[in-house]
Design a protein around this ligand. Structure first.
Ligand SMILES: Nc1nc2c(ncn2[C@H]2C[C@H](O)[C@@H](COP(=O)(O)OP(=O)(O)OP(=O)(O)O)O2)c(=O)[nH]1
Ligand SMILES: Nc1ncnc2c1ncn2[C@@H]1O[C@H](COP(=O)(O)OP(=O)(O)O)[C@@H](O)[C@H]1O
Length: 245
C-alpha cells in the first residue's frame, strides 16, 4: 500500500491557486485537477458534461452543486491509488460534504491575499482561453507578448477581471468559502458513532492551513515545507470516506 496524499487549495480569484498548484504538482508529483480547467476541457470537446456546464461557465456562474459533484467525484474515483491536488473544488459546503462522502482529505491550503494585491494581479492577467494557461505581464509574462507559449494563439483578458467585477466575486467567494473553511478548520475528536449522529455542519477536521501575504514566491517556501512534513508523516492508507460519511 502506498502513502497517498489528498489535498485541495482554496483562495479568492487571483490569489495564486493555479500558480502554487503548478509548483506543488512539480515538486510532489501528484495528480493536479483544476475544476475550471476540467470544465473548460469538456466544453471545448463538446462532451455531454461540457454542454451541461457551458452556460454557467461562460457567465462565470457557479455550476450547480449536484452537477459539479456528479462530474468531479467519478473523476476522483478514477484516481484511486494516486495522490492528488484539487484546485477550485470543493467550492461550496455541499461540494465539500459530497467529497467527504467518498474521501477524507489530508490537507487543505487556503490563500489569504489582500484585495489590493488581487486587484493588481488580475488587471495584469492574460489567459489562453482554450487551455486556461495563465500569464501575468509582470510575474510570468509569455515569451512573445500577447501570445500563448505553447500554441502561439492570442491571449485574452477576462471581463470578470475588471475591478468592479472582482469586488463582487470576492464578496461571493467569502460567503461561499467560509463554511467550507470552517468544516476543515478546527480539530474535533469524535468517534464514528458520535460523528454519525451530528449534523455535518457542526463537524470540522483540523486540516486547514492558511497562508497570508502579497507574494507567491514568499508564501511558497512555507507551503513547500508544510508539504514535506505532512507527506513524510502520512500513514500508509487508501482513500476512505471521512467519519461524517
Ligand atoms: N505580481 C505577482 N503576480 C502573481 C503572483 N502570484 C501569482 N501571480 C499572477 C499570476 C496570474 O496572472 C495572477 C493570478 O494567479 P493565479 O491564476 O495562479 O490565481 P488563481 O488560480 O487563484 O486565480 P483564479 O481562481 O483562476 O481566478 O497573478 C505574485 O506573487 N506576484
Ligand atoms: N467547484 C465549482 N463549483 C461550481 N462551479 C465551478 C467550480 N469550479 C469551477 N466552476 C465553474 O468554472 C468557472 C471557471 O472556474 P475557475 O477556472 O476556477 O475560475 P474562477 O476563479 O474564475 O472561478 C467558474 O466561473 C464556474 O462557472
Amino acid at each position: 500500500m502506498a502513502k497517498l496524499f489528498r489535498t485541495a487549495i482554496m483562495g479568492p480569484p487571483g490569489s495564486g491557486k493555479g500558480t502554487i498548484s503548478k509548483r506543488i504538482a512539480q515538486n510532489v508529483g501528484l495528480q493536479y485537477l483544476s475544476s475550471g480547467h476540467f470544465l473548460r476541457e469538456g466544453i471545448a470537446a463538446n462532451t455531454d458534461a461540457g454542454v451541461l456546464v457551458k452556460g454557467y461557465v461562460e457567465r462565470s456562474m457557479l455550476v450547480p452543486d449536484h452537477l459539479m459533484s456528479r462530474l468531479m467525484l467519478p473523476r476522483l474515483e478514477q484516481l484511486t491509488g494516486h495522490s492528488w491536488l484539487l484546485d477550485g473544488f470543493p467550492r461550496t459546503i455541499a461540494q465539500a460534504k459530497a467529497l467527504n462522502d467518498i474521501c477524507q482529505m489530508d490537507l487543505v491550503i487556503s490563500l489569504n491575499i489582500p484585495f489590493e494585491t488581487l486587484r493588481e494581479r488580475v488587471s495584469d492577467r492574460w489567459i489562453h482561453p482554450a487551455s486556461g494557461r495563465v500569464y501575468n505581464m509582470g510575474f510570468n509574462p509569455p515569451q512573445v507578448q500577447g501570445r500563448d507559449d505553447v500554441t502561439g494563439e492570442p491571449l485574452i483578458q477576462h471581463a470578470d477581471d475588471r475591478p468592479e467585477a472582482l469586488q463582487a466575486r470576492l464578496r461571493h467567494y467569502k460567503d461561499v468559502a467560509k463554511p467550507v473553511m470552517n468544516l476543515y478548520k478546527k480539530s474535533v475528536l469524535l468517534s464514528n458513532a458520535e460523528a454519525a449522529s451530528k449534523p455535518l455542519g457542526s463537524l470540522s477536521q483540523g486540516i486547514l492551513y492558511q497562508f497570508s501575504g502579497t507574494d507567491t514566491d514568499r508564501i511558497w517556501p512555507y507551503i513547500s515545507s508544510l508539504l514535506s512534513t505532512k507527506i513524510s508523516t502520512q500513514p500508509l492508507d487508501t482513500c476512505q470516506p471521512s467519519a461524517q460519511a
